[in-house]
Design a protein around this ligand. Structure first.
Ligand code: ZN
Length: 133
């Protein structure tokens, strides 16, 4: 279950309203999609750099995962997502290597992707996501 590329990097931000224009200027590229993911209590904004996306994440609930992250650590890189053929298979393969999972099987994320997370305590401190279309 070898990843094909880095699908996106998730960045937790306090405000999409402030961070979207900043990244549009920095990257010289327009934000092409803003989407609320109710399940994860976030609003997301996407930029495309080659085949990798930058995903800005604004919390819609202080008790949600991004709300808690922002309170504890402030703005910054939140997770890295690897594109795989099948996220559920990649999660199962990781589990068989003794890696602790957050999601045992994939669920629906932004842009209709199937996504699932590995626990950062078993990945040297990085929240890693597997995703497939
Ligand atoms: Zn993600």
């Amino acid at each position: 279950m070898k990843p094909t590329h880095i699908e996106h990097i998730g960045i937790a931000v306090n405000s999409l309203e402030e961070s979207i224009p900043f990244y549009e200027t920095l990257l010289g590229s327009k934000c092409y999609n803003v989407e609320e993911v109710k399940d994860q209590r976030v609003k997301t904004a996407f930029f495309l750099i080659g085949q990798t996306k930058i995903e800005l994440l604004e919390s819609t609930d202080p008790e949600g995962p991004i709300g808690k992250f922002l309170e504890k650590k402030g703005e910054g890189i939140h997770h890295m997502a690897f594109a795989v053929d099948n996220a559920s298979d990649a999660l199962a393969a990781a589990a068989s290597q003794g890696i602790t999972l957050i999601d045992k099987v994939s669920r629906k994320g932004a842009e209709g992707m199937n996504i699932g997370f590995l626990h950062p305590r078993s990945t040297h401190g990085v929240l890693i996501e597997f995703c497939n279309k």
